[in-house]
Write a protein that binds this ligand. Structure first.
Ligand code: ADP
Ligand code: ZN
Length: 426
């Protein structure tokens, strides 16, 4: 391993050793080669480009679409004494000029920049005049047109390779599926990059899913009181209304539950998020608007009162539990109503037919996952192209196996009844 890299890890970041494939990725970049990195959220992607940016000559240019995240990362780096800055639409003209001057003067180790800013002729011209350590393309799945986070500016990032062929590039994402990976490699012209695919297993998370018998809310309360009193957790609901009602109801039962959805003022959302991060035992009740970029290590449970729209979404949302590696629960109650509602939302969207079909397909996979009678973790990892040889022993179907029976004859009878009644009943 590169001495300078290890030393930077120890002295600047205060960690004793690299995790997983961090060392190999960092080594590869320091040597001037490209890498594609698939690692689950919380896996430690940031160090993979931060350390080579510091060790190599010149500045590391980090392309990220998430302005809030950019801000947090730069503040954290500055506190560690790293010369880092960002350029995005939240800066005034004078502040932006100051950052650009520092860039030109060679005073930066890391510069975070929004993709639309990077692509301006002015900024590309600036890059021609300075030493660049590397390009890091964060959230690289944003190039995927079929993904949920597609950003047109990301497609243009292939320009980096054309204009700066000598500079190593690293593309990173927590989205694991094979088609997305292929698309990243093709669109960003990364076919010669080494691929690093980390396991997506989160062994400390216990997965539990049940169909809602009609009292999901009570079941949630029992779950929290019995297993997670005084713990921090997130409860996801599909609608803003349900978020409000659920938060209020949990509060009436003596818990500290705060609503979070896009209908609340930015100020209130920030307040609630802040309390969740700073206080102990706060429960956030939220729509999917909550979670991006939240780095709270001790979230002990993530509960779903509705089914998410895809296994990708489920994985991402449940993945916010137990980042510290200690036991955590992913608990869900779903109803067939959820499926109908999600279908309606998809039908009503602006997306084209191909996209809609892909979404419907993902929804069916999610339903299939809910109805599994075999190990959930095996099913989840299989969906992401990873094989787990043995049942995990830490999910509901492993812990209390579902009773199964041969329903062939009953199914035949039901279909026969459908046929004989002329298919007239819904
Ligand atoms: P990601 O971007 O993959 O979601 P981060 O880069 O934010 O993950 O890292 C997640 C957490 O793990 C952070 O708190 C980070 O400081 C910590 N971390 C990363 N690498 C190491 C390491 N080698 N040793 C100890 N902690 C690490
Ligand atoms: Zn299992």
């Amino acid at each position: 391993m590169n001495d300078a890299a290890l030393q930077t890890l120890n002295t600047t970041f205060g960690y004793t050793e690299f995790r997983g494939s961090q060392a190999a990725i960092i080594q590869r970049l320091i040597e001037g080669n490209d890498a594609v990195v698939l690692m689950p959220t919380g896996g430690g992607k940031s160090l993979c480009y931060q350390i080579p940016s510091i060790v190599r000559d010149g500045v590391g240019i980090v392309i990220s679409p998430l302005i809030a995240l950019m801000h947090d990362q730069v503040s954290a780096l500055q506190q560690l004494g790293v010369k880092a800055a960002y350029l995005n639409s939240s800066l005034g003209a004078a502040e932006a000029t100051e950052v650009e001057n520092r860039l030109l003067a060679g005073q930066l180790d890391l510069l975070y920049v929004a993709p639309e800013r990077l692509m301006t002729p002015g900024f590309l011209g600036l890059l021609e005049q300075i030493d660049i350590a590397l390009f890091a393309i964060d959230e690289a799945h944003c190039v995927s047109q079929w993904g949920h986070d597609f950003r047109p500016e990301y497609i243009q990032l292939s320009i980096l390779h054309e204009r700066f062929p000598q500079i190593p590039r690293i593309a990173l994402t927590a989205t694991a599926d094979e088609p997305t990976r292929k698309e990243i490699i093709a669109r960003l012209d990364l076919s010669s990059a080494q691929q690093f695919v980390a396991s997506f297993d989160r062994p400390n998370i216990c997965y539990r899913i049940a169909q809602n018998p009609g009292n999901a809310r009570d079941a949630l309360l029992r779950f929290i009181l019995n297993e997670h009193e005084h713990d921090a957790g997130i409860v996801y609901c599909l609608s803003r209304n349900k978020v409000e009602q659920t938060a209020e109801w949990l509060c009436s039962k003596g818990l500290t539950a705060l609503p979070y959805h896009a209908g609340l003022s930015a100020d209130l959302r920030r307040k609630h998020q802040q309390r969740f991060l700073m206080e102990e035992g706060v429960i956030i009740v939220a729509t999917i608007a909550f979670g991006m970029g939240i780095d709270k290590p001790d979230v002990r449970f993530v509960a779903h009162l509705n089914m998410p729209k895809s296994i990708e979404a489920y994985y991402q949302e449940t993945g916010r539990a137990g980042r510290d590696g200690l036991p955590a629960d992913a608990w869900m109650m779903y109803g067939l109503q959820d499926v109908i509602k999600l279908k309606q939302m998809m039908d009503g969207s602006e997306a084209d037919e191909k996209h809609k079909r892909s979404e419907q397909h993902k929804l069916q996979s999610m339903l299939g996952f809910c109805e599994l009678t075999s190990c959930r973790r095996q099913g989840l990892l299989r969906y992401f192209g990873e094989q787990l040889d043995q049942p995990c022993g830490n999910c509901d179907t492993c812990l209390s196996p579902v009773e199964t029976w041969d329903a062939t004859v009953v199914a035949q009878k039901a279909l026969s009844a459908v046929h004989r009644t002329g298919q007239r009943f819904g």
